[in-house]
Ligand binder design. Structure first.
Ligand code: PLP
Length: 369
């Protein structure tokens, strides 16, 4: 559903939030933001209809969305989202990391969920418009950020089953504290042998809420087994690594090769792609291929596989200390020489503007340029 008639830019109207928090109240939240529980004063809202395309772009007070109880999303889950961060640099400027990659992924997700194509320029502009009013919400403390959550869903009030003809796109923002408080503690992973995350031809490669809904019982099973996160295998053979509930996975061999699953049913993370690029820049080999759980078990036992880590925007890189299943347990030590931690450092140095951005990954979001 390409919008051939889409204007090149959108003229946003701004509706100021009269109840915007005072500077002191905001400062209190930014001192300890946690993750995903506080929201900025405004949000972006753009309408789409099959007849009119994208229209009525606005920045308005953050607040409830009026929805018909018959809205298609509530019944058939026609919804997609994105997640990226705004980073405060030393000089006060505000930047995002590879937002065009998020825009492109949202277009791929939209195509799979029969939602409209949001042009990359609109996606980028929506982030800039929100930062223009809520830029003061980007925290300054080390490893903090403003998490940006663009999302789109079927708003049409219609119980028939087909792609909705009325859709809205929003962006909300939530200040995020340092993901790891008190050092980078390794995470423990539960291997689900009961549930799959996505199947062949399904929606695994799209960033859509339904994938998360179906992962929640598996995540609960992980907690019940004393683990932080769940790892899914492929649904056909129950043999090959896919990914965690919301993060990609990478293994490291003793000769410094990075192994990561190649599959049509995993979500292609921008963090993973960037980490692998940085590793290749350093001369490491990267293999994107099927990796069986047996290969990991054997490799951990023989010393062939020395590290494992999960990666995604929120945590950046989380070293895996333990993988547990019904009848086995693997552990990895996270030493001071951990490749995962050193790549994490390099990536966050780029994101926070502490080292040169040789790949041109950073895009400035605030207007002072
Ligand atoms: C968003 C997401 C990731 C990580 O993607 P990033 O672009 O690195 O944040 C991985 N898996 C799933 C299922 C996701 O939704």
């Amino acid at each position: 559903m390409k919008n051939l008639l889409a204007p090149r830019t959108l003229e946003f109207t701004h509706h100021h939030n009269p109840a915007a928090l005072a500077e002191m109240e905001r400062a209190e939240i930014l001192a300890d933001p946690g993750f995903g529980k506080h929201f900025t004063d405004h949000m972006v809202d753009i309408c789409w209809s099959a007849r009119g395309g994208w229209h009525r772009p606005r920045v308005q007070p953050f607040g409830p969305i009026e929805l018909s109880p018959a809205a298609a999303v509530l019944h058939y889950a026609q919804e997609i989202f994105e997640g990226l961060k705004a980073y405060r640099h030393q000089d006060g400027s505000i930047w995002s990391f590879r937002p065009e990659a998020n825009a492109a992924r949202m277009q791929r997700s939209a195509a799979r969920l029969a939602l409209p194509d949001l042009p990359t320029e609109y996606f980028i502009e929506s982030l800039k418009q929100l930062i223009a009013v809520d830029g003061d919400w980007v925290p300054t403390a080390p490893d903090t950020s403003l998490y940006l959550r663009p999302f789109m869903f079927a708003k049409e009030a219609f119980l028939g089953v087909r792609a909705a003809e009325k859709v809205n796109y929003y962006v909300i923002a939530s200040p995020a504290g340092a993901y790891f408080t008190g050092g980078l503690a390794p995470v423990s992973i539960w291997l689900s042998s009961t549930y799959s995350r996505a199947g062949k031809g399904g929606t695994g490669a799209a960033k859509t809420g339904g994938n998360y809904a179906s992962s929640l019982v598996a995540q609960a099973e992980a907690y019940d087994n004393g683990c932080d996160q769940v790892l899914f295998l492929d649904s056909e053979e129950n043999t090959y690594l896919e990914e965690l509930g919301g993060m990609n996975i990478v293994l490291v061999t003793k000769d410094g090769t990075l192994l990561t699953p190649h599959s049509d049913s995993i979500l292609e993370g921008i963090t993973r792609d960037s980490i692998l690029q940085l590793a290749e820049d350093r001369g490491h080999r990267v293999e994107r291929r099927a990796i069986s759980i047996q290969e990991w078990k054997d490799g951990a036992a023989s010393g062939e596989i020395v590290e494992a880590f999960a990666c995604g925007t929120a945590a950046v890189v989380a070293p895996i200390g333990t993988l547990k299943g019904v009848d086995f347990e693997i552990t990895h030590d996270i030493g001071a020489d951990s490749l995962a931690l050193s790549l994490r450092q390099e990536l966050t140095d780029i994101q926070y503007g502490r080292v040169e951005d040789v790949h041109g990954w950073m895009m400035r979001l605030d207007s002072a340029q």
